[in-house]
Design a protein. Sequence first.
Length: 293
Amino acid sequence: MLETGDPRVVRTWSRAARTGGRRVGFVPTMGFLHEGHLRLVDVAHSHANAVAMSIFVNPLQFGPTEDFARYLRDIPRDRTMALERGVECLFVPEGKDIYRREAVVRVSPGSLAGHLCGPFRPGHFEGVLTVVAKLFHIVEPDVAVFGRKDAQQAALVRRMVADLDFPVEIVVVPTVREADGLALSSRNAGLSADERRSALALSRGLDAAHEAFRRGERDGTAIVNAVAGVVRKEPAANVEYIEAVDPETLGPVAAVSEATLVALAVRVGKTRLIDNVILGQGLAGDERLGERG
Ligand code: PAF
């Protein structure tokens, strides 16, 4: 496995792979890898024959009171996991490798940041799109793979690629969950045992939304209330938002359909957790650890 922090080395690797007739797949991450990231690598392998991963905790997407400094990092462990899963090029830049000078121009998410996490994390999606655009220019992938747990991020990246004509295919992969339903996230490591139990309220709430939909409920507010009824029973869970939205515009919908995305953000202790479900699929559409054949 090639490991480097130098963007020029990554671009040389990528161009050589493509000159050799290979398709380049790319999985951008902030490290502290878990099975969810590794599933993205597996999917990248199924769409490409040379896979690159980046590990970069992007300061531009953290607000001044957010957990940039506390964000968990473990490069030696990540390196082993990436290698075992067949990553061929591991790009591990430092801040100075990505932001070589004061960044003036950034990628604006427009109206898509006006919903869900956007109002609670001002500047976050601008930071995400700016770094993803830079990473795409460095890696020059044919295909890039994102997780649906970060559904708003995935929708925004798709939209950036379409609106700004990036020559890259975006693949979005269902969320990977623990056997009890908790969506995998690097931030779960910050939960105490009690907080982890409380965090199950998110997936239980989303299950309630799916169940209500299955029974015939089509009113957006009623679906949101079904989630809230479950989550608000958990005293340690502080709801930031629960919304039923159109998966592309991310705007709230009055009447839900199979494609509607129900998403929520909840604080449990100091940890901010997000999760979502597509109503027509339910959590059964996601992968559970221990259930792969
Ligand atoms: O999802 C993440 O880990 C990050 O937001 C990303 C896409 C790597 C950009 O920093």
